[in-house]
Design a protein around this ligand. Sequence first.
Ligand code: UT7
Length: 315
Amino acid sequence: MLVKDGLRIVATGHYVPDKVVTNDDLSKIVDTNDEWISSRTGIRRRHFVEDESNLDLALNAARLALEKSGIDKEELGVCIIATVKPDNLTPSMACLVQAKLGLPENIPCFDINAACSGFMYAMQIARGLLMNSDRKYGLVVGSETLSRMLDMTDRGTCVLFGDGAGAAIIELTEENKFFSVLGSRGNDEVLVCPNKNNEARYVSMIGSDVFKFAVSTVPKAINELLDKAGVTADDIDYFICHQANYRIIESVAKKCKQPIDKFYVNLDEYGNTSSASIPIAMDEMNEKGLLKPGMKIICVGFGAGLTWGGAYLEW
Ligand code: UT7
């Protein structure tokens, strides 16, 4: 008997708030300019929430993915939300999504925090739980309101991040192979957002250190995934990397000896949306008709923790 340990993405959804903040807008409040931001990062715009909560973003993305999937919500066996800052410490956003979407009560619903690698962690956790469930579908969301964690006087961070959510309905299958790599290297110096009573709750970062971490870790994760899947980089149709900096993506493409157009890029529009960046990219690619059945995809995220997480998927 074949074991169901593969995974298929049945449908995706994404949602970003309406308010657009351009590089020029930021140059009016902090000492920066469009030339610096776009040449050093590739970012041109980002979306910021106004009144919406993180839950609102997650719900909108999840609802869209569920609608597009055409599956009955009763068939869902797990709901996981990856986020660095849930609206409440408890209840989790996943429990509230469960209630608002009317998902079954007898399924695990919880949030996880693996920073910008969160969506990749959540997919693998959901897969593991589904392998021990009598249901085969899961809802996995990455959702962030990072604008609420930014020190708008710190030009080294406030220009980089944006808000948004992406969601996927996943299905445990026999046919679609799935391999995952997850890791962490504890470090509370290069990328931190404190949560202690007397500390300012803003993101602080030594950008160049995170940059170096990313350009060494991501190609390594890609190579591990290629080995696990028994394929070469040339066999991969698309690479979906965490959208933090175009120069990081360029460096990864170079190290993997792959053309840059196999790497999807949308950070120009959204900036770095942390755990939401990979599912937002997936959904945009889906909407554009870029992803076709049978395609081989590698996704890799990296971020605070320091964490990294990647997956080889067959569409
Ligand atoms: O999700 C994962 C989290 N984060 C990342 O992946 C970020 C990874 N790192 C990066 O993307 C890049 O390191 C940054 C975009 C953050 C910074 O680029 P960089 O080329 O590493 O610049 P830098 O930090 O070495 O700074 C170079 C100069 C500095 O000025 P001086 O000291 O040379 O005079 C900075 O003060 O650029 C200055 N600078 C800015 N200038 C204008 C830093 N931020 C800005 C800014 N506008 N927004």
